[in-house]
Design a protein around this ligand. Sequence first.
Ligand SMILES: C[C@@]1(CC(=O)O)C2=NC(=C\c3[nH]c(c(CCC(=O)O)c3CC(=O)O)Cc3[nH]c(c(CC(=O)O)c3CCC(=O)O)/C=C3\N/C(=C\2)[C@@H](CCC(=O)O)[C@]3(C)CC(=O)O)/[C@H]1CCC(=O)O
Ligand SMILES: NC(=O)c1ccc[n+]([C@@H]2O[C@H](COP(=O)([O-])OP(=O)(O)OC[C@H]3O[C@@H](n4cnc5c(N)ncnc54)[C@H](O)[C@@H]3O)[C@@H](O)[C@H]2O)c1
Length: 254
Amino acid sequence: MAEHSFPEVQGGGSLILAWQVRNKRILVVGGGEVAAGRILNVLNADAKVTVVSPRAGLNPEVAHRIERGQVTYHDRKFEPSDLDDADMVLTAVDDPEASSQIWRLCKERRIPANIADVPPECDFYFGSVHRDGPLQIMVSTNGNGPKLANIVRRQIAANLPENIGDAIKKVGMLRRKLRKVAPAIEEGPKRMQWMSKVCESWSLEDLVEMDEQDMERLLGFYKPGIVPSFEEIRLGDESGVWRFDGSFGWSVVC
Ligand SMILES: C[C@@]1(CC(=O)O)C2=NC(=C\c3[nH]c(c(CCC(=O)O)c3CC(=O)O)Cc3[nH]c(c(CC(=O)O)c3CCC(=O)O)/C=C3\N/C(=C\2)[C@@H](CCC(=O)O)[C@]3(C)CC(=O)O)/[C@H]1CCC(=O)O
Ligand SMILES: NC(=O)c1ccc[n+]([C@@H]2O[C@H](COP(=O)([O-])OP(=O)(O)OC[C@H]3O[C@@H](n4cnc5c(N)ncnc54)[C@H](O)[C@@H]3O)[C@@H](O)[C@H]2O)c1
């Protein structure tokens, strides 16, 4: 029997996920610079954010979010009842005792929490995030060097294709249309194979250029399992691809 080679387990890492917090209630305790960063992160993920922090200690960015009504605000120190309707808690206060009390209460109530500055009291760490439309890249050094996470993130971002976010947007549109054209669960493998071929064979520029009409035309080739090139799609009737004879493109086993 052939010897399999499976990945080695490398313990000591984090489970990096894309946590869906849309409309989840997130409590941020503290209104300083660190809180400002946390608030932006969770607003970018469409959470419902409540901030508890005395007005005197508010950072200008946090004050701006409050003024704009982007968050619900309580002008006072933390009280245990603040946890009553929280799905997640983020603390960023300059008071270690208050931090630890909040952590203990969160544990009792099984609410996931991030306590800034106290890694052993964090259920999850934040990371350094690059965002370009639907694309998000997070770098974590697992508590070893947050500043280095920032530096690595910027280096990665500088080396990305300029139009990657727009290309991903277009692929998202095409996938949603494809699921309308071929909604059956049994079609999953064929859908996935066809989408993979589109992503592999079209350049990012092609994907960015692709308009609604191109998408409709391209989707016309899903049934026979073919992926014409962008040029063939744009040329339309002149390209010959519209009179498909099975001699080009990729065939997908149905
Ligand atoms: C990535 C980022 C995300 C964010 O916060 O959103 C983030 N810290 C950032 C910046 C930053 N933080 C600190 C400095 C000063 C320089 C330095 O110390 O290096 C700088 C640099 C700066 O400010 O530019 C100080 C610091 N941070 C922590 C401690 C406690 C400790 O280590 O014990 C101390 C020491 C306090 C002290 O010594 O007193 C702990 C954590 N900070 C984390 C995340 C988690 C681990 C992430 C990872 O390892 O990858 C973790 C474990 C928990 C958490 O907070 O979730 C964000 C960069 C975002 C960006 O700019 O892109
Ligand atoms: N993890 C990280 O990435 C990171 C980076 C830098 C600093 N820190 C740490 O995070 C903490 C916050 O940093 P900062 O620069 O935002 O501090 P800051 O002093 O600017 O802000 C602290 C905020 O907490 C509020 N506050 C204090 N006690 C409170 C309570 N009981 N209830 C509600 N609000 C309360 C204050 O009013 C203020 O708005 C500090 O402990 C700092 O050392 C963490």
